[in-house]
Write a protein that binds this ligand. Sequence first.
Ligand code: CDT
Length: 307
Amino acid sequence: MSRIITVGAAQLGPIQKHHTREEVVQRLIALLNKASAANCDLVVFPELALTTFFPRWFINNIGEADHWYETAMPSPVTQPLFDEAKKLGIGFCLGYAELTNDGHRYNTQVLVEKDGSIIAKYRKVHIPGHEHHEPDRPFQHAERYYFEPSMEGFGVWRAFGARVGMMICNDRRWPESYREMGLQGVEMILCGYNTPIHYVPDPSQDILQGFHNALVMQSGAYQNGTWVVGVAKAGVEEGVDSLGQSMIVAPSGQIVAQTFTTDDELISARCDLDWCQRYTGTLFDFDKYRRPEVYTRITSQRGVIAD
Ligand code: CDT
């Protein structure tokens, strides 16, 4: 008998600075209800889904940024989302900025079961951008100032009858992210993202943002025989245009659903988890074909060493 998860990718349009958490949570709840009407088991929201993408601004005193972070999950403001999901019997994955009791700041995603309980927490591994103010930029991408990288790496959890993994935005560009989860037998990877169209260090990449987004998720899915659900916060947020093109990718690498707006939009797909085995049991039978003994540079070396 086939194992099916109906998954929803709940893309968000922009969240402006003046939008309150309460307003955003109402938008998430509206998407959750659409997902319920589409018979979803699980809904994936974007990276930093509760606020505007605040790393586009630099402030000298990071303590003044505390209001962008969540110190508890759920919290009084996010509890209605958990309550609605439990009422509807839908799980969800939510990205947010996390400030721990001992003062650590992470870019985080939680995975929540249909009964409203948190199954897993993932903290972003690959933190892009810069850590100092770069005044010549039209906007900052100071994630390396606002977040520390996770030392916990990539986990895979049994949930929704599947082996589910998580990654966040820039993680999707790195083959190691998928492979770490592939080696744990992942069947579905959930990934939220905020991707500005304008890439300041090399504007020639701007026109390729959509291509690169699809390229990495389709190849990551195929090479690891897994479903990938990539979900954007899209549109023009505080003057910065960000990529939409949220998508659900099959283990074959094919896109089976994709958003066509840059607003709040739900897409969904019935994902047959047994389809993973067609790839992990054949061409990508890791146990049979991988050669870890000749891949030693991958974990022993960070940058390029060339003659
Ligand atoms: N949020 C995030 O990780 N965004 C990056 C932007 C490029 S680096 C400035 C991404 O990889 O999409």
